[in-house]
Design a protein around this ligand. Structure first.
Ligand code: ADP
Ligand code: ZN
Ligand code: MG
Length: 501
């Protein structure tokens, strides 16, 4: 027996990533894809696969697939069509899954990942559309039944298949994290949704002596390697763990002279191990044949349709632009662009403020305080306008940066109350609109002749009144706001008088 050392082999990994596409309705019927609700309520004859029901292709799913293809620089097929993949399983009532086979919608893409400074290109072989089957719920204990929920049946999926270009579990984590971020940015994927990302990871150990001098591995070598497919991985961290375990298991087998049999293994998240499921089935087992109930997407209109679909700027490009356009450090730009909503918010307010100040407030203060509380920007959407006003108060020197952060912002997030209320409660040294109004009414009462002058058309008289209010506020109010409140008051009065005559 040849003695094999662990150092003689490297892992070679290829992924099949299933992503649930965020569409309102299912891929072949009008049922809702909303995951909340009672089991077996979002169903109809089509997604239940009743005889005689006919599928109709949901344009939103096709649009999402095109966006994904464009985001990974892939070619969108001139002609793409659907097939039936035949197999029996209780979550698949039709006895076949509608998927794509030899004409997938998307071919030959690529995504670059940056592993601590080293850029790695991961080629994407194809991506195709298909329907999700229903969901099985195994009852714990030794019960002799399972529950089936067909609400998930017919949810649109895209399966993205990479070339075996990944070389370490860590690379897989980086790849999936970036892919997820991009999909989220495209608005086609919801990471919070249970089971919205499912990964099958293929891994084999290749002898270093079989690798070409340029780092590539021949098709023959890849083909001959006994690869294991790990199923049931549901996150990028899970993928990394499952692969670390599986590579260890395979290396151990090699060292002890045991053969690795090509098979499908199941990742048991709770126990942190992979377990043998079955010998891998082959394509012939599925008896693929054309799904003629669905249209073939091809021709001039298809080409025009592909062209008509735009994608937003992706996180990496946006980060680069933020660095250049707003003169930000890489780390700050990175924080600001990792979530599309954060980036959008920053770009909305940056027009009003110094870019550096706005970046500090959003990236450090807001995100820092949100992180600390386990919240996301989504959770405080209705407070963002107050947050913007808070930056304004800091910028104009009405609140110190320290107070703004450690008193006002924290209270806003902890108590979910408005900026005005906090300023009231904390007796902070600025006058809010409510306070200004109180002084405005006092000044109107106390300065009859100036008020009369203004009513008679002497518009300059308003400056006198503004001055009086400023005096009461000891200078801690904004003249523009006082003017606005006074003008509104007189305008209202004028309208009321007209109404009386
Ligand atoms: P199948 O026809 O069995 O689905 P594919 O050739 O389509 O096989 O590949 C499926 C996945 O397996 C792809 O992600 C691919 O990158 C990966 N893969 C192929 N060969 C290997 C290998 N030797 N080691 C690890 N992964 C591999
Ligand atoms: Zn349905
Ligand atoms: Mg395949």
């Amino acid at each position: 027996m040849v003695q094999v050392e662990e150092m003689d082999v490297i892992p070679v990994i290829g992924l099949e990533v299933h992503v649930q596409l965020e569409t309102k309705t299912k891929i072949f019927c009008g049922c809702s894809t909303d995951p909340d609700g009672n089991p077996n309520t979002n169903v109809c004859p089509i997604c239940l696969g009743l005889p005689g029901s006919l599928p109709a292709l949901n344009e939103a799913a096709v649009e999402a697939a095109i966006k994904i293809a464009k985001s990974i620089g892939a070619k969108i097929a001139d002609e793409t069509s659907f097939h039936r993949k035949n197999y029996f399983y209780p979550d698949l009532t039709k006895g076949f899954q509608i998927t794509q086979y030899d004409k997938p919608i998307c071919i030959d893409g690529e995504m670059e990942i940056n592993i601590e400074g080293e850029i790695r290109k991961i080629r994407i072989e194809r991506a195709h559309l298909e329907e999700d089957p229903g969901g099985l719920q195994h009852i714990s204990g030794d019960s002799d039944y399972v529950l089936i929920d067909y609400n998930r049946a017919g949810t649109p999926l895209i399966e993205i298949v990479t070339m075996p270009d990944l070389r370490a579990p860590k690379e897989v984590r980086y790849f999936l994290a970036k892919l997820e971020k991009n999909l989220e940015y495209l608005g086609v994927f919801d990471p919070e949704r249970d089971g919205s990302l499912r990964v099958d990871a293929n891994v084999s150990l290749i002898y270093k002596s079989d690798i070409e001098s340029d780092g590539s591995i021949s098709g023959k070598v890849l083909e001959a390697a006994n690869r294991i497919e790990i199923k049931n991985i549901s996150s990028h961290k899970g993928a990394e763990k499952a692969l670390v375990y599986e590579i260890g298991r395979q290396k151990n087998a090699i060292i002890h002279g045991r053969e690795i049999v090509q098979e499908t293994r199941h990742w048991d998240e709770d126990r942190g191990i992979t377990m043998s499921m079955r010998k891998k089935e082959t394509e012939d087992d599925y008896r693929y044949f054309s799904e003629f109930d669905l249209p073939i997407l091809t021709g001039d209109w298809w080409k025009m349709y592909i062209k008509s679909i735009d994608i937003p700027e992706l996180p990496e490009a946006r980060r680069k632009r933020f660095r250049e356009e707003y003169d930000l450090e890489n780390e700050v730009a990175s924080k600001l662009t990792s979530d599309k909503k954060v980036a959008d918010f920053y770009e909305m307010i940056v027009t009003e403020f110094d870019p550096g100040l706005a970046a500090r407030w959003v990236a450090d203060n807001l995100l820092g305080e949100l992180n600390y509380r386990g919240l996301g920007i989504d959770d405080v959407e209705n407070q963002l306008d107050d947050f913007r006003k808070l930056i304004r108060l800091v910028e104009t020197g009405k609140i110190t940066e320290k107070n703004g952060k450690s008193v006002v912002l924290r209270k806003m997030l902890d108590k979910k109350i408005s900026l005005d209320m906090i300023i009231d409660e904390e007796k902070l040294d600025i006058i809010n609109e409510k306070g200004v109004k109180k002084f405005v009414f006092e000044v109107i009462d106390e300065n009859e002749s100036a008020v009369e002058d203004y009513r008679n058309g002497e518009s300059n008289a308003i400056n006198y009144l503004v001055g009086k209010v400023m005096k009461k506020a000891k200078g801690n109010a904004d003249p523009a706001i006082i003017t606005k409140i006074l003008e509104e008051f007189f305008e209202q009065e004028r309208k009321e008088r007209k109404g009386l005559q």
